[in-house]
Write a protein that binds this ligand. Structure first.
Ligand code: TMP
Length: 205
């Protein structure tokens, strides 16, 4: 694929969605074609699945069922949005990708890592070129995420212990793969944006 595939990951309330928008704007200003997208979602079919997984009671779906739903959404996103954009030579910035399933479904509610990995190999099979992990104290993240409370609160409602396990999981994953850059997200928006820009331009260079 001629394009560049970039993912942003982190616990809820880590500020990555704001930073994804800022990064896309700055890259476009410099003349790069950018597709900014998100998971779950990023294609019409996957956006429909998004409602199923993000709204309602925390115990609406088991972790196993969620693995299937998130992977189905990702497959559609990959077919309809990501692959075509990469084939056009664009920079694809996705707000979450497969690492979110590895963490939120794979480890925070028992060890389902093997199932997540097998399904990923079978149905997805690609990794981002670069992954920015937004790292933040889970209590601060949860406070931010709860402050903007809307309908999509299923994962926030799983509580602080869940987000704490997710943070540890993300950091451990980042330590195992060279495509990760950890960004300290506990700072002003402009400061975090500068940290993001430094990592991305270093990679582009
Ligand atoms: P967002 O708040 O970044 O839009 O993410 C939506 C929620 O979905 C977030 O709480 C994490 C969760 N999620 C998973 O549990 N597994 C996944 O594979 C993805 C993409 C998101």
């Amino acid at each position: 694929m001629p394009g560049l595939f970039l993912s942003l990951e982190g616990i809820d309330g880590s500020g990555k969605s704001t930073q994804a928008r800022r990064l896309a704007d700055r890259l476009r200003t410099q003349g790069h074609p950018v597709t900014l997208t998100r998971e779950p979602g990023g294609s019409p079919g996957a956006e429909e699945i998004r409602r199923l997984v993000l709204e309602g009671d925390p115990d609406r779906w088991s972790a196993e069922t969620e693995i299937l739903l998130f992977t189905a959404a990702r497959r559609d996103h990959l077919e309809k949005t990501i692959r075509p954009a990469l084939a056009r030579g664009e920079i694809v910035i996705t707000d979450r990708f497969a690492d979110s399933t590895r963490i939120f479904q794979g480890i925070t509610r028992g060890d389902l890592s093997a199932a997540v990995d097998r399904l990923h190999d079978l149905m997805i099979g690609v990794e981002p070129d670069l992954t920015l992990l937004f790292d933040l104290d889970p209590a601060k993240g949860l406070a931010r995420a709860t402050a903007r409370a809307g309908a999509e609160m299923r994962f926030e409602d799983m509580g602080l212990a869940f987000q704490t396990a997710a943070r540890a999981g993300f950091l451990a994953l980042a330590a195992r793969h060279v495509r990760f850059r950890v960004i300290d997200a506990d700072a002003e928006e402009d400061v975090v944006a500068a940290r993001v820009w430094e990592k991305v331009t270093a990679h582009l260079a």
